[in-house]
Write a protein that binds this ligand. Structure first.
Ligand SMILES: *Cc1c(COP(=O)(O)O)cnc(C)c1O
Length: 395
């Protein structure tokens, strides 16, 4: 494959392995194991296997490897390992390199389950964790220590769409020798090049934009070969979080249209943000592509577009938000994101219900806040649906 191919070309072709049949579409190798031609080969493969040699599907599989190689090429990473879900990826990426006594600094505005891992699980195993306001570089600097092992952050953050200066945080973290792990789900590999910005490890929930059609769970971890094929692979091999070959095949189909979908969804998100900003039913409109976004300058520097997600704060708290949600006709009420169908979520009563009111307030998750994942529907239809629901919310 060619070094100078663009992301869209890589998303269609990279990683493909054709069998002797020359199939056009990637084959699903729905097999748990592999047969060795002789005992010597089996012995050798257990010592070390080449890129096209497999032992057991928990360790690797040809269809899964195609997905891993295609994602690595898209991200500009040396290697990738696919997992059963995004959370299997986050869990393994952190636990494979931490031990009791280590220190971690993480941004506070994290996906709910990521917050559970850093705030509840890691301390249970003796890892000390400091949570900071990710947008405040002075807070990162104050929290980092000579013994900090790892930094974990999410930008764009969920659900308030804050942007963290990845290059600046990476410089601070690397100065104390800490690894930088970035959950890049909201920004997508199309719009944010986290490895180029300084991340050591990048994580995706492939359930979101990569599949993009709401079918399968999946996750992936990308980074340097010595990390991915070293401690990460060893951890997943023995703890069982591997991706199924069928799901890898669905993800490969998703990748073929990833660039097209993300660009269309971001263009519509931008269009809607501009159409609704200042509406009398709204307290605020949060979209990283708007000049009014608190980190508009950083967002423009770090990402190619404002992304596919919007956050709207309705007037009238929960009642106002519920009136808006229930009046939508096209946009579906659910909690996935990055899907071809537009989706609305009320974080305070669903994804972030577990948090106390104080914790939600600290994260900027008010009762009137809704999160909108913009899909592939016609932009004019969506705009009309959302403006209509805003009118209903006023009543
Ligand atoms: C969805 C999501 C995850 C978890 O992924 P699953 O595939 O649901 O396990 C992690 N981080 C972010 C930012 C997400 O949106």
């Amino acid at each position: 494959m060619s070094e100078d191919w663009s992301l869209r070309t890589r998303s269609v072709h990279e990683g493909t392995r054709r069998s002797h049949y020359g199939e056009m579409s990637e084959a699903i190798f729905l097999t748990q194991g592999f047969v060795y031609p002789d005992a010597e080969t089996a012995e050798r493969r257990f010592i070390s296997s080449g890129p096209d040699e497999f032992v057991y599907a928990r360790y690797g599989n040809p269809t899964v490897r195609m997905f891993e190689d295609r994602m690595a090429s898209i991200e500009g990473a040396e290697a990738a390992f696919a997992t059963a879900s995004g959370m299997a990826a986050v869990h393994a990426a952190l636990f494979c390199q931490l031990a009791a006594g280590d220190h971690v600094v993480a941004s506070r505005a994290l996906f709910g389950s990521c917050l559970y891992i850093v705030e509840t699980l890691l301390p249970r195993f003796g890892v000390e964790v400091d949570l900071v306001d990710g947008t405040d570089l002075a807070a990162w600097e104050a929290a980092l220590r000579p013994d900090t092992k790892l930094v974990f952050l999410e930008s764009i953050s969920n659900p308030t769409l804050e942007i963290i200066d990845i290059a600046a945080v990476a410089r601070l973290a690397h100065a104390v020798g800490a690894q930088v792990v970035v959950d890049n789900v909201f920004a997508t590999p199309v719009f944010q090049r986290s490895i180029e910005l300084g991340a050591d490890v990048v994580i995706y929930s492939a359930t979101k934009h990569v599949d993009g059609q709401g079918r399968c769970l999946g996750g992936i971890v990308l980074g340097r070969r010595d990390f991915v094929r070293g401690p990460f692979e060893t951890f997943v091999k023995h703890t069982g979080g591997a991706m199924s070959p069928f799901n890898a095949w669905v993800m490969l189909k998703g990748l073929e249209t990833l660039d097209l979908r993300c660009r269309a969804q971001a263009a519509t998100a931008d269009d809607i943000a501009r159409a609704v900003e200042g509406h009398p039913a709204l307290e605020r409109t949060v979209y990283p592509g708007l000049a009014s976004h608190p980190q508009a300058e950083l967002s423009a520097r770090q990402m190619e577009t404002g992304g596919t997600m919007l956050a709207l704060e309705l007037k009238g708290g929960k009642a106002g938000a519920f009136r808006f949600i229930d009046a939508l006709k096209i946009v579906l009420i659910s909690n996935n994101l990055g899907d071809s169908r537009s989706i609305v979520t009320h974080p305070a009563t669903t994804t972030h219900q577990r948090l106390s009111a104080d914790q939600r307030a600290a994260l900027g998750i008010g009762d009137g806040l809704i999160r909108l994942s913009v899909g592939l529907e016609d932009s004019r239809d969506l705009r009309a649906d959302i403006l209509g629901a805003l009118e209903s919310a006023l009543k």
